[in-house]
Ligand binder design. Sequence first.
Ligand SMILES: Nc1nc2c(ncn2[C@@H]2O[C@H](COP(=O)(O)OP(=O)(O)OP(=O)(O)O)[C@@H](O)[C@H]2O)c(=O)[nH]1
Length: 237
Amino acid sequence: MAQPILGHGNLQPASAAGLASLELDSSLDQYVQIRIFKIIVIGDSNVGKTCLTFRFCGGTFPDKTEATIGVDFREKTVEIEGEKIKVQVWDTAGQERFRKSMVEHYYRNVHAVVFVYDVTKMTSFTNLKMWIQECNGHAVPPLVPKVLVGNKCDLREQIQVPSNLALKFADAHNMLLFETSAKDPKESQNVESIFMCLACRLKAQKSLLYRDAERQQGKVQKLEFPQEANSKTSCPC
Ligand SMILES: Nc1nc2c(ncn2[C@@H]2O[C@H](COP(=O)(O)OP(=O)(O)OP(=O)(O)O)[C@@H](O)[C@H]2O)c(=O)[nH]1
């Protein structure tokens, strides 16, 4: 059912019916043992959210983009430690008028959040506080991993947001910082790392939760902790 609205790097229109079928499809997928991680990408308009998600899911930089209306879905199936996982990326609208009716859907059952700013535009960095507030206002659990991404690093001469300032901000909010470029093909590995890092963390976290739930049901006698939920050992970053 998700096929009409999900695509590998394709821009697809979203509708309330489409969102409902996506949520239904997510639960059906559990029966075929493919886990889906919903990752939302948030930030000011024009910071490059669409281009970053395109780079990760499709491996290319789009020639031309238009302002996202509502949300565009992209997905990529990745393999982590032998398990196939669907990373479902929600490319959200940065413009208030194109996002207001969708905000509740963005945050519902979200597994991870990517906050994006443009390294050449200081206001996109200062506005991060507002985006974090919005996220917190939707009762996103503290365990949901969040990362900070400074995009457009290829525009070296125009950088306005120094790395040390961004790092301080990321530390203060308990996030990892990635500085990258959706445009520069040499950075594609770095873009991949953003999403893979989150997927690895989620896999580690959810394995623990799963085992914990099984233990409570008496299915597992002994709870083992081979690695911490936030362990970096299985994380490509
Ligand atoms: N130089 C450079 N330009 C970029 C990069 N990423 C995106 N852009 C350009 O920035 C503009 C906006 O990119 P989008 O990906 O559409 O921005 P967005 O954040 O999705 O915008 P909204 O949909 O309005 O929220 C486009 O002209 C892109 O070509 C980058 O890494 N480097």
